[in-house]
Structures are given as structure tokens and as C-alpha cells.
Design a protein around this ligand. Structure first.
Ligand code: MN
Length: 228
């Protein structure tokens, strides 16, 4: 096949303990999945209707990379989240099928232009400019599910310049992993290569140029980076 110009390269992530890479298809995110975070945003959780948005696959940045402070904002926020990496997919999945779709786990930042998000919310507009900008999704190397799986006690945390900003146990998720996969697969056909950001706990705050961040999903994955 010949193209009028070279197609963009496939976005991918390294895998812990392997030379192979995980090819990324789509990036889905759930909003308002920890009650304390929904409250700090002046919102509440709708248990019956999880809220989803997307980022482009090429918004993903790997571990250790410099993250450029994005254009068009003066309020860039961190949201630390567990990231699911799917090795299988499907539509209208049942809860019992969900766990088997997961190829691996990572930790990532759902970077957010909070000022643009506030404007979009006020006008009832979509969140794309707030959430789906270039470099908006730093993600760790992935830990294969065959190697380790998080459980309800697993801690998710973020430090910025050595100071603890966000931390939680996964037990505090409003919609658990099977529930997220059931709901998302009722809206989209999920495929191998899909990443799913599973929501952030309380403590979201601004990042500045020069800040160094360290995100961790205990015993599973770690992400380092610097805002430049
Ligand atoms: Mn988020």
C-alpha cells in the first residue's frame, strides 16, 4: 500500500521484563470514579452512569520522558490513575468475562488543562481540549497480568518534588474494574491494545515547569517524569 506521506508511527509502551512493546490502539478514561475527588471538583458520583472520555493514542508518553507544559493553559493538573492494558476485547461483556480481557497494568497521569475543563463544563461543551491534548497521558512500563495483579489493598500514589500529593487504595474506586469494562464495552467495541485510565483519587493540583513527579501502583508499576 502506498500513502501520500508516511503514516504516523504506532504508539506503544515498554513491558516490564520483556524486549517486546505493547501497541496502543485507543485510550479510554473514566471520570469521577473516587467519591472524594468528585467532591473536590464540586461534583458527585452517579453510580448508575459511569462517565467516559477519550484521549488519542499518540498522547501517550513513556516513563522517564520529559513532559512539555502544554500550550493554551495556565492550570495544568495531575490526576494519578491505574491504567488497564487490554489483550482481548469485545462488546457487551459480562462481568465474569472482564478480568480475562486484561493483558497488564500500569500507572499513568491523566493530565488535564483544568482552566479549559472549567470553561467547557460551564458551557456544557465537550472535554476534548481539556483532556486530549498532545502529551496528556504519561504512562509507566506495563506489568503483565501473568506477573502480578493489583487487588483492593493495592495503593496508588503520586509525589511531586518528593511531596505526597495523591494516594488511595484501589478499594475506594466507585466503579470497580469489571464494572468499568462492562460499561465501556456497552458503548464501544473494545480491542487488544486499548488502554483504560480508571479514575483519580482526591488531591489533584497544579503542576509547574521543572516539577518532578513519581507515580506508583505498589508492587506493579512506577512512572517518573519532569514537566519542562
Ligand atoms: Mn482522570
Amino acid at each position: 500500500m502506498s500513502f501520500v506521506f508516511s503514516p504516523s508511527p504506532v504508539s506503544s509502551l515498554p513491558i516490564i521484563g520483556s524486549e517486546l512493546r505493547f501497541p496502543i490502539r485507543r485510550v479510554f478514561c473514566i471520570g469521577r470514579n473516587y467519591a472524594e475527588h468528585a467532591r473536590e471538583m464540586g461534583s458527585s458520583v452517579d453510580k448508575s452512569a459511569p462517565m467516559f472520555f477519550c484521549k488519542p493514542a499518540d498522547a501517550v508518553i513513556g516513563d522517564g520522558a520529559d513532559v512539555p507544559y502544554p500550550q493554551a493553559t495556565s492550570d495544568l493538573h495531575h490526576e494519578v490513575e491505574m491504567v488497564l492494558a487490554l489483550g482481548r476485547g469485545g462488546r457487551d461483556l459480562a462481568a465474569e468475562q472482564a478480568e480475562a480481557m486484561i493483558w497488564g497494568y500500569g500507572v499513568g497521569l491523566d493530565l488535564t488543562r483544568r482552566d479549559l475543563q472549567a470553561r467547557a463544563k460551564a458551557k456544557g461543551q465537550p472535554w476534548d481540549t481539556a483532556k486530549a491534548f498532545d502529551g496528556s497521558a504519561p504512562v509507566s512500563a506495563l506489568c503483565p497480568a501473568s506477573h502480578a495483579r493489583p487487588d483492593a489493598e493495592t495503593r496508588l500514589a503520586l509525589t511531586v518534588n518528593g511531596e505526597l500529593r495523591q494516594q488511595t487504595a484501589l478499594a475506594d474506586m466507585v466503579h470497580g474494574v469489571p464494572e468499568i469494562l462492562v460499561a465501556l464495552s456497552g458503548l464501544f467495541e473494545l480491542r487488544p491494545g486499548d488502554l483504560i485510565f480508571t479514575g483519580t483519587p482526591a488531591g489533584v493540583a497544579a503542576l509547574q515547569r521543572g516539577d518532578r513527579f513519581h507515580a506508583s501502583l505498589d508492587g506493579i508499576a512506577e512512572l517518573h517524569g519532569r514537566i519542562v
